[in-house]
Design a protein around this ligand. Structure first.
Ligand code: SD4
Length: 301
């Protein structure tokens, strides 16, 4: 039986993002519009040190945002290292719809956003600036394994990206991913979230996948693409996420002890699964029956 519309998001704040997306899905809207709305909620409403306006800056004190959006028909857009623009996911969508390109970065991305009418505004919060100044005293870059419920402004250990995947009433899939990346990253560092195939991949024929955690590992393994391709070969979403994590570990067994990597996937039938390298990853599921369901990474929906 067709499960109807469904949306899933990474982390506990995924509940809020799903509810924003659900307003679109429940009204018969498209998966693409739904994931954009969910990501916009996280960028502006959520005060989290790793997404949108409350994000922690890089080591030079600059808050730069990465985001991507992908439709199950293969259209996609992304922005990386975007500064002083609140809604990178919507800029990514404009890149997809208004340009012949897929990805814009840095100043060019900002220029494009302003040409499209996005206001330029200072985003760095006083809390994030303070956290950065405190970090400068040691200036040590050591990402820690993230765990559930740590949405504390200025918390440097937190690296929780919003990845959101939706299936609409017509069975179309879409996904989006938005983040400020790793706190205290090198200026100019780009994570997995805006890299199509790394932090996000969607194919209507198979399913969709997104990632959270230390993005360098996702890029190395083309990880979200890998999860989708594993589902294409017949794995369930949970099996595909599990196998992709095993691949990450096989490549870098030592590093895997201290880095968090999390995958979330949904197949074309709406079946959901997730897996993470370390404990603490949760994801939120929302459909006509449940709007605030929070699941552990090892659970199969
Ligand atoms: C990045 N993947 O920029 C992002 C950060 C993150 O959970 O997910 N955190 O590497």
């Amino acid at each position: 039986a067709d499960p109807g519309p469904r949306v899933v998001s990474t982390w506990d704040f995924g509940v809020g993002a799903n509810q924003a997306a659900w307003k679109t899905l429940a009204g018969g809207g498209s998966a693409l519009d739904a994931v954009e709305q969910g990501a916009r909620w996280a960028e502006s409403e959520l005060c989290n040190p790793t997404v949108g306006r409350c994000g922690n800056p890089d080591r030079d004190g600059v808050l730069s945002l990465d985001a991507s959006i992908m439709d199950g028909d293969g259209r996609c857009g992304s922005v990386a290292a975007l500064v002083d623009i609140l809604h990178p996911v919507s800029v990514a969508r404009q890149v997809m719809e208004k340009t012949p390109h897929v990805m814009l970065v840095g100043q060019g991305a900002q220029q494009f956003a302003m040409e499209q009418g996005f206001p330029r505004e200072k985003l760095l919060t006083p809390a994030a600036e303070q956290a950065w100044k405190a970090w400068l005293k040691t200036a040590e870059y050591a990402p820690q394994i993230n765990a559930e419920r740590r949405s504390i402004p200025g918390d440097s250990s937190n690296h929780d990206t919003l990845g959101i995947l939706a299936r609409d009433a017509q069975g179309r899939l879409a996904g989006a991913c938005t983040t400020s990346g790793m706190a205290w990253k090198l200026h100019g560092r780009v994570g997995d979230s805006p890299v199509i195939g790394a932090g996000l991949y969607v194919d209507n024929e198979v399913g969709a996948a997104t990632a959270s955690g230390v993005g360098e590992e996702m890029i190395r393994n083309a990880a979200s693409f890998l999860v989708v391709e594993l589902m294409r070969q017949g794995r369930s979403p949970a099996q595909a996420c599990h196998e992709a994590i095993a691949r990450v570990v096989r490549k870098r067994p030592e590093a895997s002890r201290t880095l968090q990597v999390c995958f979330l996937a949904m197949n074309r039938d709406g079946e959901v699964g997730a897996y993470a390298l370390h404990r603490g990853f949760v994801y939120a599921v929302c459909d006509a029956r449940r709007q605030d369901d929070l699941r552990d990474s090892s659970a199969v929906y």
